[in-house]
Design a protein around this ligand. Structure first.
Ligand code: F6P
Length: 327
């Protein structure tokens, strides 16, 4: 691999609190090594449509504490097509960008992998950025901690009103394909049950639980539902339950995009800074087609190949623990 002189950085897919800290980490580490930095705005869409801006050390001042992403983000359908990737490659060449750091989720890293299989001479390094924490090969993804804290704060508030009225609440949290936010926030909030896409047939168990008459013992029941649950989300499940349990005063709350915003937690800022730094270190070490992540709390490099192919699993013991703790 020739010497890298100019590195591009982009954010892609759903934004996540801490992405700015990662952009700052990438930019300042790259400048430390004497590289020029090009910010690619609007993710892969910007790569295809030439949305390139020069980033200096001061361009990333005062962004560490800000949610969202200063580079903007997008989900690009064009990049899924060979013509789109060809245009992106030509634009990178024209701009003299000889390496790229992609900050994003599963789809974004899949895009990086496909691009690198077609064009070998521009190395890509991935940084896991999604509130969902659903990327194989890393125990943490940027934004997850802040999103979890947002959910916990909201659910605690709902618990107050649920308890005052003896109500059964279904609270829907984000996670189109994964239940990590639901599971961990459910544990943190003492949810009575947690429904996630990874586990099937949970509604029947839920009915058992309600039939056992826990309502008599508990002043509130909080059921956390991941949006990607097989039953179609909190409203659908609430409808099914309402038909069978008229005694329950049921309410639904969908937390929605509030989970993606807000100032990043200290944990997200530190971890995202480390990942940004490590991505440039990886390029300096001639690595390519790898994602920087955390394994046993240490920085680690995982080949795109594995990241894309394998699915991160929820811990079944944690689900069992929720059952035990919610009696
Ligand atoms: O991937 C992150 C995520 O927040 C998912 O949890 C959610 O399903 C999705 O993005 C929502 O995407 P959009 O903002 O495009 O509706």
């Amino acid at each position: 691999m020739g010497k890298i002189k100019r590195v591009g950085v982009l954010t892609s897919g759903g934004d996540a609190p801490g992405m700015n800290a990662a952009i700052r980490g990438v930019t300042r580490t790259a400048i430390y090594y004497g590289l020029e930095v090009i910010g690619i705005r609007h993710g892969y869409h910007g790569m295809i449509h030439d949305h390139f801006v020069s980033l200096k050390a001061h361009s990333v001042s005062d962004i560490l504490a800000r949610g969202g992403t200063i580079l903007k983000t997008a989900r690009s359908k064009e990049f899924m097509e060979p013509e789109g990737r060809k245009q992106a490659y030509e634009n990178l060449k024209k701009a003299g960008v000889d390496a790229v750091v992609v900050i994003g989720g599963d789809g974004s890293l899949t895009g990086a992998r496909v691009f690198c299989d077609e064009y070998y001479d521009i190395p890509f390094i991935g940084i896991p950025g999604t509130i969902d924490n659903d990327i194989y090969g890393t125990e943490y993804t940027i934004g997850y901690d802040t999103a979890l804290n947002t959910v916990v704060e909201a659910v605690d508030k709902i618990r107050d009103t649920a308890g005052s009225h003896n109500r059964l609440f279904f609270i829907e949290v984000m996670g189109r394909d994964a239940g990590f936010i639901a599971l961990k926030s459910g544990i943190a909030c003492g949810a009575e049950a947690i429904l996630i896409p990874e586990v099937h047939g949970q509604v029947d168990n839920l009915k058992d639980y309600l039939e056992k008459g826990f309502k008599r013992k508990k002043s509130s029941n909080i059921i956390i539902v991941a949006e990607g649950d097989e039953e179609g989300g909190a409203f659908a499940i609430a409808d099914r339950v309402k038909d069978d349990f008229h005694d329950y005063d049921v309410r639904v709350s969908v937390l929605g995009h509030i989970q993606r915003g807000g100032t990043p937690s200290a944990y997200d800022r530190v971890s995202a800074s480390k990942l940004g730094y490590a991505a440039i270190e990886a390029l300096m070490d001639d690595q390519k087609s790898v994602m920087v992540g955390f394994h046993n709390s240490e920085l680690d490099y995982i080949p795109f190949r594995k990241v894309i192919k394998l699915k991160k699993k929820v811990d079944p013991e944690e689900l069992q623990m929720v059952e035990i703790l919610s009696i």
